[in-house]
Design a protein around this ligand. Structure first.
Ligand code: ATP
Ligand code: MG
Length: 293
């Protein structure tokens, strides 16, 4: 694991964005009143990060991070290894508290509400962790049903209907009885995705959904992300190192470097940008202002 200081660049950091994009134009027209993150005028953004700082001992990971996520859109976060992308996700889902700054979810500061309220808020999230984070002892069906059984009082018959619908959508209806170690990495990711969606979340986060997948499976997973977003709406945040993934799925991109958001904006504009810093980030080339120390 690198630490946050293992890269440097030879020019000043561009003006940190921290900018809110305002309501996004959703990729597929969102029906009015859809269950997504909220594009209604006056409604708070689904996720806002305000001047957040986080250190672990002498490692200063988040250093004044600002980001308003566009509602009902897919935002991809890119940044070198060890810059705090996973730490950011943990702040957003309420697993890590900031040293300073605010994390607002639907306008509520998740660290200023009660534990019970935070627990309720978490039901509105679906998270696909890097390794799928499935329970090894449970089959794919029980893994997918877990959040429903834990957070809802639905009768088992309805649990089964919902779980089978989600598993069909991700193409796993024939693997329900298999344990995670009996299926491929791509299938585990898809199971994690089905589980992340099972509570019909307003916000879905993916931490490197494509890691460990071959290019074809990555491409198929990206199609699935787009398809599920078009169907279920919601605010999606995706962390990836894969530029092709970012190019394919993003409505917006945020670039993180040295604990700050150094660029945030529409994906199309970012990929067309002539800014050497943004270009190097989005092309993954070694030549450019970003360099190893
Ligand atoms: N709970 C923790 N205690 C101490 N240090 C931590 C903790 N969580 C993260 N870190 C450190 O914070 C830094 C950022 O970690 P993080 O996992 O967010 O990086 P990342 O940007 O997700 O990297 P990658 O692209 O490799 O997944 C790392 O140096 C990591 O070791
Ligand atoms: Mg990470």
């Amino acid at each position: 694991m690198h630490d946050s200081d293992d890269m440097d660049m030879t020019r000043p950091i561009p003006i940190p964005a921290g900018v809110g994009a305002g309501p996004a134009a959703p990729r597929a027209a969102a029906p009015a009143g859809s269950h997504g993150g909220g594009t209604d005028a006056g409604r708070p953004h689904s996720m806002q990060v305000r001047n957040v700082y986080k250190s672990f001992g002498d490692s200063h990971i988040l250093q004044g991070m600002n980001l308003d996520f566009a509602d009902n859109a897919i935002t991809t976060i890119l940044g070198p290894s060890g810059t705090g992308k996973s730490v950011l996700i943990k702040h957003l889902v309420g697993l890590l508290a900031p040293d300073a700054g605010d994390v607002l979810i639907f306008g509520q500061d998740i660290w200023k509400i009660s534990e019970a309220e935070r627990y309720e808020l978490r039901k509105r999230f679906g998270v696909l962790f890097q390794d799928g984070a499935l329970f090894g002892s449970m089959n794919i069906f029980d893994n997918t049903a877990f959040p429903l059984r834990k957070h809802s009082n639905l009768p088992e018959k309805e649990v089964k209907e919902i779980v089978m619908e989600r598993l069909q959508e991700v193409g796993l209806e024939k693997a329900v009885k298999k344990r995670p170690n009996e299926v491929s990495g791509g299938m585990r990711k898809r199971a994690g995705f089905a589980r992340a969606l099972v509570l019909n979340p307003d916000i879905v986060m993916f931490d490197e959904p494509d890691s460990g997948l071959d290019p074809v499976r990555t491409s198929l997973l990206n199609d699935l992300i787009l398809q599920m977003h078009a169907e279920h709406k919601g605010t999606y945040m995706l962390v990836t190192h894969d530029i092709r993934t970012a190019r394919k799925v993003s409505d917006y991109v945020g670039l993180i470097w040295k604990g700050q958001v150094v660029h945030y904006g529409e994906a199309r504009a970012a990929f067309a940008s002539q800014d050497p810093f943004v270009r190097q980030f989005l092309s993954g080339e070694s030549a450019g202002p970003l360099g190893m120390d």
